[in-house]
Design a protein around this ligand. Structure first.
Ligand code: ADP
Ligand code: MG
Length: 353
């Protein structure tokens, strides 16, 4: 077996939660016109943060809202989280069959959207990437402290690709019993959309719903203005919000980000990104450090940001430019350590700094 690279036993692992965006509460000298209710929690191996702006809410109402959102997220996890041992997706992954597997509407919806991304991006976005993600320690398994062999990569490539899954109205079929799927690149965005929708159904109009850095906004903040969001400069080890590249203002729009600087491992001096290029079976290795994508819903923004991260700066910028109703900010890390930014033509309208 040929080794791609030899690794020492002194492997260091650095893993941080990816929260690329920060909600900015203050709005200069503006006076609030609404009350604000904020609550936080943990979900999908990360945190969530919700802000509602509107009339004052009593303690009982606050507690009802936050516990309903929490319960909703628990049940969402129970469908789509690969970190939940009993979730529908975990059971799907364990189910080693090529017979059609009955799937919930939610799972079908997210998988269908993912397959559309897979086709459109030429396989850059691919949820069948799970075995590779696990090998590198970014999934539900601890991962290896070495690079894979050529044979291992070849074996993965047999189990990955847009054509490894087939869908109908109620089932998903694997082309090989060992195919398994990872929805981490898209589920947080989808969940943020669901939380926003859920709160709309409860009668709220001004909503900021963030899960692990993916954000869906509706209406306005307590100042009656679009929600302000900070985009971090992609500095390795930088604390969220400590150094901002830009501030954007959003109303009725979503933003999702992907980056190489929060969730990575270091193996024998080489940083390994949690974003995998499924076309090669290896972690991405280019100078795109971060991307943030704005579009009307967070499921799409999340899928677009991960796809762009795989495609790299040049192809990724074109991919976003050509994608209808989406705008993006791409930040590259240059050889001298400085950052360069690229925006799609319509991104500027959202800048608030
Ligand atoms: P984050 O989860 O850090 O916000 P992303 O939305 O970009 O960032 O999702 C990255 C996660 O998606 C990885 O940790 C991995 O589980 C999964 N993933 C990695 N590469 C791909 C890919 N090419 N296509 C689909 N999912 C991927
Ligand atoms: Mg994503």
């Amino acid at each position: 077996m040929k080794q791609h690279s030899r690794l020492s036993k002194n492997t260091t692992s650095i893993f941080c939660q990816s929260i690329l965006l920060l909600f900015l509460a203050s709005c200069g000298s503006d006076k609030p016109i609404y009350s604000e209710f904020t609550f936080n929690g943990a979900t999908m191996g990360t945190s969530y943060h919700v802000v509602l702006a509107g009339g004052p809410l009593d303690i009982q109402m606050r507690s009802i809202i936050s516990s309903r959102v929490d319960s909703f997220l628990i049940s969402y996890n129970h469908t789509l989280s690969t970190y939940d041992d009993q979730s529908e997706i975990t059971r799907f992954n364990r189910n080693q069959t090529i017979d059609p597997i009955p799937a919930s509407e939610e799972l079908l919806h997210v998988v269908r959207t993912s397959l559309e991304f897979c086709e459109r991006s030429g396989g850059a976005f691919d949820i069948t990437v799970m075995p590779i993600v696990n090998f590198f320690g970014f999934g539900f398994e601890p991962g290896e402290s070495r690079f894979p062999t050529v044979d291992e990569i070849d074996a993965w490539l047999q189990l990955t690709g847009c054509d490894r899954l087939a869908l109908d109205d109620s089932t998903i079929t694997k082309s090989d019993p060992r195919v398994s799927i990872d929805l981490s690149a898209i589920a947080k965005g989808d969940a943020a959309d669901h939380v926003a929708l859920f709160l709309t159904e409860m009668g709220f109009e001004n909503i900021f719903a963030e899960i692990g850095g993916e954000i869906r906004t509706l209406g306005v903040n307590k100042f009656g203005k679009p929600w302000k969001i900070g985009i971090d400069r992609p500095t390795f080890g930088g604390a969220p919000g400590a150094d901002l590249q830009h501030v954007i203002a959003l109303s009725n729009m979503a933003v999702a980000s992907s980056g190489d600087y929060r969730n990575y491992r270091e193996v024998e001096g080489k940083r390994i990104s949690h974003t995998i290029d499924p076309r090669t079976g290896s972690p991405i290795d280019h100078n795109l450090a971060a991307v943030s994508v704005i579009t009307s819903n967070c499921l799409i923004a999340d899928g677009l940001s991960t796809s762009t991260m795989v495609l790299g700066a040049e192809v990724g910028l074109k991919w976003l430019e050509d994608y209808p109703n989406a705008e993006g900010l791409l930040i590259t890390r240059e050889e001298d350590g400085s950052f360069k930014e690229y925006m799609t033509s319509g991104f500027k309208q959202y800048l608030a700094d």
